[in-house]
Design a protein around this ligand. Structure first.
Ligand code: ATP
Ligand code: MG
Length: 393
């Protein structure tokens, strides 16, 4: 018989209809993430999702790693299936949990019997297994409150399952549960982290990248596509909308005061992203802005950039220090790619003295001569859609 994987669902406060949406989304996301690892059956019962391989050639290690990146599960563990016989269970515990039993000093056994025809009830079974383990491992002491190791045994209709402590899951809400949003992805450290944080809150992402060829290189674009790829174990498949941005930047350089260049460029990024949101049925924008990190990330600048769109702008790293953002970026695996030294479209045209506290009136005056709508439409119509499949572990 095969091992199976259990996912413990998070956000237990969710009730009623929401609970169903949560479970259904989590199961469909898990199924989609699993099919490169073999055939699995995915079901949910009482806040636990069961991932069961349907053949012997399933890649259980790969599936387990993939399940640790599915948002919505707070804990993930592997269990061993065995016969519904108390000695077979004891044997499975000793074999399957050997390293944990050797490392622990204190333990307890918790049993659950969903097959009510099994002759021992949960308490009797736990007492039997606990007593046997206590005897077999002299270094172990039973401890009911905070044991190093909890041995779980569940007697179900088709088999019994044994597992130890769970590993942390990705937490958050299943991707897609909160709708769709457009994330502005540069090649930096912050925007991949911001994207990951909002996917964690249940958003399905559309990525937008502004590309200023030939001022920025093909390598710089490839770096952004690589970053998107690194996010896919969490987000699922992605589309990166690569926006040709050079014409707008050249137009701004030609017709607008230099000190407003950065803020005006950002206003165009927001407008075009909002257009992508409209075309993809997305309800919000996401950026990696952090208050005060650079001149363009002040309250005043955010007022000016937010003013050109009529959907919410989420900035999940707004209150975070660089070190905190870096810590997440290392954890999710984007850091090493983010620090590769390719230029970003913003750095190419950086003014010598950017306006620190631009006002909305000044921005509007500086843009007065531009055909804003025409520029936005031309850029949006020139978008190249790049499909990114899920990265295999
Ligand atoms: P990051 O590390 O995410 O690049 P940053 O600290 O370098 O951020 P800025 O370059 O000021 O900050 O960009 C602020 C935000 O604007 C980015 O986090 C990103 O969401 C968006 N952005 C900047 N440049 C681009 C781009 N070329 N394409 C898409 N979005 C961009
Ligand atoms: Mg940047």
């Amino acid at each position: 018989m095969n091992d199976i994987i259990l996912l413990k669902l998070g956000e237990l406060v969710l009730k009623g209809l929401n609970r169903h949406n949560f479970e259904d989304k989590l199961m469909s996301n898990a199924r989609r993430r699993l099919h490169t690892y073999g055939q699995f059956k995915v079901t949910t019962k009482q806040s636990i999702t069961y991932v069961e391989p349907q053949s012997d050639d399933c890649d259980m290690d790969g599936a387990f790693e993939a399940m640790k990146k599915v948002f919505g599960a707070v804990g993930v563990c592997r269990c061993r299936a065995c016969e519904k016989d108390k000695d077979a269970m004891l044997c499975a515990v000793k074999e399957f949990l050997a390293p944990q039993l050797a490392a622990a000093r204190t333990f307890k056994v918790e049993c659950k019997r969903s097959d009510k025809t099994f002759p021992l009830n949960s308490i009797q079974l736990a007492q039997y297994l606990g007593g046997e383990l206590d005897e077999a491992y002299p270094h172990l002491t039973a401890e009911m409150h905070h044991p190093d190791l909890t041995v779980y045994v569940e007697v179900r209709d088709d088999a019994a399952f044994v597992h130890g402590n769970t590993e942390p899951g990705a937490g958050g809400l299943p991707v897609g549960m909160g709708g769709r949003a457009v994330s502005l992805l540069s090649g930096g450290i912050d925007s991949p982290v911001a994207s990951w944080m909002m996917a964690k809150r249940g958003l399905c992402l559309e990525m937008v990248h502004f590309f200023s060829y030939p001022y920025t290189s093909e390598e710089a674009k490839q770096k952004v596509l690589d970053l998107a790829k690194l996010l896919t174990p969490w987000t699922g498949r992605l589309v990166v909308h690569v926006v040709p941005f050079t014409a707008i930047q050249e137009e701004l350089r030609r017709s607008c005061p230099e000190e407003y260049f950065t803020i005006l460029m950002r206003r165009f990024m927001m407008r075009i992203s909002a257009e992508v949101a409209r075309r993809t049925g997305s309800g919000a924008l996401i950026t990696g802005e952090s208050l005060g990190q650079v001149a363009s990330q002040t309250m005043e600048a955010m007022l000016c950039t937010g003013a050109v769109v009529d959907i919410p702008v989420f900035r999940p790293v707004i209150g975070m220090d660089k070190e905190e953002i870096v810590r997440i970026s290392r954890k999710i695996g984007t850091f090493e790619t983010s620090i590769l030294p390719y230029e970003d479209c913003c750095t190419v045209f950086t003014p010598k003295h950017p306006k620190l506290k631009p006002t909305l009136k000044e921005c509007e005056a500086a843009e007065a001569k531009l055909d804003v709508e025409g520029l936005v439409k031309a850029a949006a119509d020139g978008i190249e859609r790049v499909q990114i499949g899920v990265e295999q572990g």
